[in-house]
Design a protein around this ligand. Structure first.
Ligand code: FPP
Length: 248
């Protein structure tokens, strides 16, 4: 059973599918990349406010394994935006005691971006405030396949016995490994799906969908999501009264 207690008012781990940048730009008759640029502002707001509200872990879906299928100009612009955002924000993140991590398959990213990610990760490694995890070239199915492959390798090397494999071992081999269990997933932009994000980790997380497009997502929207979470009863398969008793 997940370690998170029942009915905890504040989520320890929030993940966000930041959707709607393209539509936000199109509504303004601007190119889609204009929306991504505007999305950086919402990203900054959410990081700052999650840190201020004492959330332990924030995971952001920045680029999915499927996003490579977009027009190459948009992909290039996004990569450029990530480079510049990391470069520009590293001091702010560090000064605010934020520890940065990346998940996903980074082998397809440019060497320059990989180096930049490594630099930012090392620079913030000693911070003990909000853990900010950016999913870059990430896919939930890829995560599960990769974990399975790594378990098979460790079995071959004699480091793991097949009989030892259980849910907690599987979780540890997945990308979010030792981070707190995922409590809440927020998706902006009106679609009600999880789009191959954190498939293993979302088993018991609460879902919150909003029509707000990502560049418009503000502090009030974040509070609406957190307040909605605070009202949920997390039962993990038990009855409502068992959940209350377990939480007493
Ligand atoms: C989805 O909107 C958004 C993305 C694929 C990229 C998200 C990136 C940012 C918000 C930039 C800032 C991020 C970091 C980590 C610095 P969409 O293009 O799918 O929008 P649409 O559904 O309206 O087309």
């Amino acid at each position: 059973m997940p370690s998170q207690p029942y009915n905890s008012l504040r989520p320890r781990h929030v993940a966000i599918i930041m959707d709607g940048n393209g539509r936000w730009a199109q509504k303004r008759k601007r190119p889609r990349t204009f929306g991504h640029q505007a999305g950086v502002k919402a990203t900054r707001m959410v990081v700052e406010n999650c840190a201020r509200r004492g959330i332990d872990v924030l995971t952001l879906f920045a680029f999915s394994s499927e996003n490579w299928q977009r027009p190459s100009q948009e992909v290039n612009r996004l990569m450029d935006l990530f480079m510049r955002a990391l470069d520009k924000e590293v001091d702010v993140l560090d000064n605010n005691n934020i520890q940065l991590h990346f998940i996903g398959d980074h082998t397809a990213l440019s060497n320059e971006l990989q180096c930049q990610m490594e630099t930012v990760q090392q620079r913030t490694a000693c911070n003990d405030g909000l853990k900010l995890i950016i999913a870059m070239n990430y896919g939930g199915r890829w995560d599960i396949v990769e974990a399975s492959r790594n378990m098979a390798r460790d079995i071959q090397l004699g480091r793991l016995q097949p009989a030892q494999i259980d849910e907690s071992i599987m979780s540890r081999y997945c990308q979010l490994g030792d981070f707190a269990d995922l409590d809440l997933i927020i998706r902006t932009g009106g679609e009600k799906r999880v789009s191959n994000f954190l498939l293993w980790q979302l088993a018991y997380s609460e879902l919150f969908f909003t029509d707000t497009l990502w560049p418009d997502f503000d502090e009030t929207d974040l509070d609406t999501a957190l307040n909605s979470y605070a009202k949920r009863q997390r039962r993990y398969g038990c009855t409502g009264s068992q959940a209350i008793a377990n939480n007493a």
